[in-house]
Design a binder for this molecule. Structure first.
Ligand SMILES: C[S@@+](CC[C@H](N)C(=O)[O-])C[C@H]1O[C@@H](n2cnc3c(N)ncnc32)[C@H](O)[C@@H]1O
Length: 290
């Protein structure tokens, strides 16, 4: 089954009507790029879209998908969103609409050789970019105390449960079998860690391995300088830690002639959640530069 763009209708609805340059810094397969292009190109012939992704494989998938969908006037780049502001300012361009759609692509789950599907065996890798250390290397370098903090912060574990899990993982981290997802799971099964907790532990490892919240913080403190006057930025997050960062950053910006467009985050309709279960925790917040 293919990846389905989350909140696609709302992403278009909240775009400024005058949008000429749309920047999607989590391009994935380019589904949001396609729907934005379809919604805007008829009203605006100058409409251009730039898509970026930190995972080169996503960019090759996006290229084929956008070509097959007859999308024109697009550019795809390999970069992390933490570098967006530097990149756009070097090009002397500002965007009318910027989108970040956080989390992972369905492909990441399906590729057992790179990712950690709970169902498939594969290396403990979990990286969006091969330039970073793998999840296995991250586990080796983490102190139990840091692991406790991460489990509480990114996995919503209670302090007591986080402590038990962190010391258990630390005790077994030198076990050479722990290099694969299957063995990682098997070791945790001994502690009676079943599917739901496993999913949360895997989420924590993915967030830490990819420095997801650190990168988001850099983006949130720099994106504003790339937005054109009356331009907007929409961010779709899937985790309470991400949403909190976005909410607080937008609040801070709203003290300086920026308007928060969504007092409450936009969430998928029950119909969308029914069609696409992966959308169920999505929250979209939008801010405008005045
Ligand atoms: C939910 S998917 C985006 C799906 C896309 N909106 C679509 O409709 O096809 C999130 C994407 O963000 C990418 N990503 C993750 N971390 C990133 C980062 N730091 N910089 C840029 N892209 C990143 C992932 O590789 C993934 O393709």
């Amino acid at each position: 089954m293919r990846h389905i763009a989350v909140l696609a209708r709302e992403v278009c609805e909240y775009a400024p009507r005058h949008t000429k340059l749309y920047v999607d810094w989590t391009a994935g397969h380019g589904w949001h790029m396609q729907v934005m292009r379809e919604a805007f190109s008829s009203q605006n012939e100058e409409f251009v879209t730039i898509g970026c992704d930190v995972d080169p494989l996503m960019l090759s998938k996006a290229t084929s998908h956008l070509q097959e969908a007859w999308v024109t006037r697009f550019e795809l780049l390999h970069s992390s969103y933490q570098h967006m502001a530097d990149f756009l300012s070097q090009k002397w361009v500002s965007a009318d609409y910027i989108l970040l759609d956080l989390w992972i692509n369905r492909d990441h789950i399906l590729q057992a050789d790179r990712w950690f599907s709970l169902k498939k065996d594969g290396p403990l890798d979990m990286r969006f970019s091969s330039e970073w250390p793998t999840a296995h290397a991250v586990i080796q370098s983490l102190h139990a105390e840091d692991m406790i903090d991460h489990l509480m912060q990114y996995g919503d574990f209670s302090p007591k449960r986080a402590e038990i899990l962190a010391y258990y993982i630390s005790k077994h981290k030198r076990n050479s079998l722990m290099k694969t997802t299957l063995w990682f799971k098997k070791i945790l099964w001994q502690l009676k860690v079943w599917t739901q907790e496993l999913a949360r532990i895997f989420q924590v490892l993915r967030i830490v391995t990819n420095h997801e919240l650190d990168q988001l913080e850099v983006f949130l403190s720099t994106f504003d300088r790339c937005v054109s006057p009356w331009g907007r930025c929409s961010i779709i997050s899937y985790h309470s830690g991400e949403d909190r960062l976005v909410k607080n950053a937008f609040k801070k910006l709203s003290r300086t002639w920026r308007t928060i467009i969504t007092d409450q985050p936009i969430v998928p309709t029950s119909n969308e959640v029914y069609r696409n279960k992966a959308s169920r925790s999505a929250k979209m917040r939008v801010i405008q530069k005045n």
